[in-house]
Design a binder for this molecule. Structure first.
Ligand code: HEC
Ligand code: HEC
Ligand code: HEC
Ligand code: HEC
Ligand code: HEC
Ligand code: HEC
Length: 381
């Protein structure tokens, strides 16, 4: 049939295909609002790691943007990949309280404020607390290379009975291969550790593009489907002020097994599936044979009845307990999904277990207005 199409109808078909493709590209390029990086090459790159005879790289512990918008500190001044003048950690750190460092047209999102927990952290939270060291501070979230040592409570070399190795909930068959810790230096099988344990440099990190995936989050393969989808805060401020604009996340209604090995991310593109790449059992062991929950549900539709009828996140968004959607580009209440980030911050937070709020003060009738459990379980307060 195809060969009998006239030239005109072929052109028409081409035009239609073009529109479908460009709509697809537009739809799946949500990061376009903020990426690619802008500004002078010299702000971020150094051609020879030398200027007036001095090294130009500021990396290693303590490297950050200072109050005068200069890179400073850090004990490692060895050349970096892509002729960069600093590391992932260095460029995304500040020694002031600001969480978006603005230098001319360049805007750098800050995930680690070296001087204290910032007043306006970005969506992922902030790594400040885990930088302080010690078993108490390690509880605030992910310990990553360049910011903290291994978690004193949950690390391959720390305490914990055999078989309870990190990450908590890990599928034991892949623990050795993937990320027993994000705090070790050097490369892993997949090209990096620390930040790059999640934002895989080889597969996901593309500062000079508008990649068709969310926040440089992908699985470890070049399969274009193995990505996380989402719609970034349209203000371009990474939820620095969630009231003004917020992210939308991709979720699915699926209680089956998620592991990196079976490439389930290819099918789901969900943020919960991404977390499950390392914390697999927290999703796959949610549900017993009946409707009894063994682990709190994630990637499950938020019912519209009972106590859940009290929360419509499309009408009154609440940053204490955000939800994902089957289609994050067109959120509707009936497609709202509980996800890992309904309760957690991705990086680390000001509360233990990287939670979005202080769980230790969550109790019925308590005066804690910031307990996320009550946002969904509206009749338990
Ligand atoms: C705000 C910081 C920033 C600025 C400004 C910047 N870059 Fe980059 N560039 C990066 C980062 C970070 C990478 C790391 C690798 C990646 O994300 O692909 C990179 C990677 C690269 C790469 C290798 C990867 C690729 O995409 O080809 C080249 C080449 C490059 N930059 C050239 C430039 C040039 C030329 C300029 C000036 C027009 C410039 N950069 C401005 C941050 C910057
Ligand atoms: C445990 C996995 C993980 C690690 C480790 C990690 N990230 Fe992220 N990062 C994420 C996720 C997931 C998001 C999206 C958070 C959201 O939208 O709620 C994100 C978001 C971001 C953002 C956008 C700002 C924000 O807060 O949403 C930046 C910038 C970033 N990460 C940089 C880094 C850097 C630099 C490091 C290392 C210091 C790092 N990340 C380590 C998972 C990780
Ligand atoms: C020299 C500075 C520099 C370095 C080094 C750097 N980044 Fe970035 N990064 C930026 C800037 C600037 C942006 C914001 C780009 C924009 O939207 O304008 C950014 C954005 C991001 C984002 C958010 C992407 C999104 O979708 O909005 C993530 C995640 C991130 N970087 C992770 C990393 C990781 C991981 C590394 C190391 C492999 C790294 N960065 C190295 C400057 C840097
Ligand atoms: C690349 C592997 C990896 C991914 C992906 C990952 N984590 Fe983790 N996570 C770890 C490791 C390793 C630990 C234990 C060491 C630590 O706490 O730093 C951990 C610990 C945690 C902790 C406990 C923190 C503490 O110190 O008590 C929470 C909560 C957590 N992760 C949530 C998440 C969420 C939510 C996501 C998805 C946004 C996620 N993780 C994605 C590897 C990962
Ligand atoms: C309904 C809220 C909620 C959701 C959804 C949720 N968590 Fe948690 N998570 C918690 C709380 C609260 C804790 C503190 C420990 C506890 O009470 O079980 C915790 C603890 C953790 C820990 C630390 C466990 C340890 O041994 O220290 C990890 C890791 C973690 N969660 C990962 C995840 C991942 C991955 C997902 C998504 C599959 C997820 N969480 C979904 C509330 C939640
Ligand atoms: C984003 C919404 C949301 C948040 C936030 C949330 N939950 Fe849930 N929770 C749910 C949903 C949905 C279910 C499953 C209800 C069902 O089975 O129909 C559930 C189930 C439960 C159950 C099991 C109930 C049963 O019948 O087996 C408990 C217990 C629970 N949640 C406690 C908590 C606690 C404690 C917190 C805070 C740490 C919390 N939840 C935060 C949505 C949420």
């Amino acid at each position: 049939m195809r060969s009998t199409l006239s030239l005109a109808s072929k052109r028409l078909l081409g035009l239609i295909l073009f529109f479908i493709t460009s709509t697809f590209v537009l739809f799946y390029s949500p990061a376009e609002a903020v990426l690619p990086v802008k500004g002078q090459c010299s702000l971020c790159h150094t051609m020879h790691n030398s200027q007036n005879g001095s090294t130009m790289v500021y990396a290693g512990t303590g490297a950050s943007w200072n109050g005068s918008d200069q890179l400073a500190g850090g004990t490692d001044n060895s050349p970096q990949p892509s002729l960069l003048n600093t590391s992932c950690v260095g460029c995304h750190s500040s020694d002031s309280g600001s969480t978006i460092v603005t230098i001319g047209v360049t805007r750098i999102p800050i995930v680690y404020n070296t001087g204290g927990y910032p007043a306006n952290p970005l969506a992922g939270g902030n790594f400040y607390n885990v930088s302080r060291g010690g078993s108490e501070n390690d509880k605030y979230g992910h310990n990553v290379h360049g910011i903290s040592g291994e978690d004193a409570n949950i690390s391959p070399s720390g305490p914990g009975a055999p078989g309870t190795l990190p990450p908590p909930g890990v599928n034991p068959t892949c623990m050795q291969q993937c990320h027993g810790t994000l705090a070790a230096g050097g490369a892993t099988f997949f090209g990096g550790n620390g930040c790059e344990g999640c934002h895989l440099r080889n597969y996901g990190v593309r500062h000079h593009q508008s990649p068709s995936w969310y926040r440089f989050l992908r699985g470890h393969s070049f399969n274009t489907l193995r990505r996380v989808d989402g719609v970034p805060d349209p203000t371009g401020n990474y939820e620095q002020n969630p009231g003004a604009g917020h992210n939308e996340y991709k979720g699915v209604d699926d209680a089956t097994t998620y592991t990196y090995g079976d490439g389930s991310l290819n099918a789901t593109q969900s943020i919960t599936d991404f977390c499950s790449g390392c914390h697999a059992n927290f999703h796959e062991e949610m549900d017993g044979a009946s409707s009894t929950w063994l682990r709190h549900p994630s990637d499950m539709l938020l019912p519209e009845t009972g106590e859940f009828a009290g929360y419509d996140p499309t009408a009154s968004y609440n940053n204490l307990a955000p939800v994902a959607y089957l289609n994050p580009a067109a959120p509707v209440r009936s497609e709202a999904v509980v996800m890992c980030l309904s309760c957690h911050r991705a990086h680390a937070s000001n509360y233990q277990d990287s939670l979005r709020w202080d769980y230790l003060t969550c109790s019925p009738g308590s005066a804690n207005p910031n307990c996320g459990c009550f946002v969904c379980h509206s009749d338990k307060d």
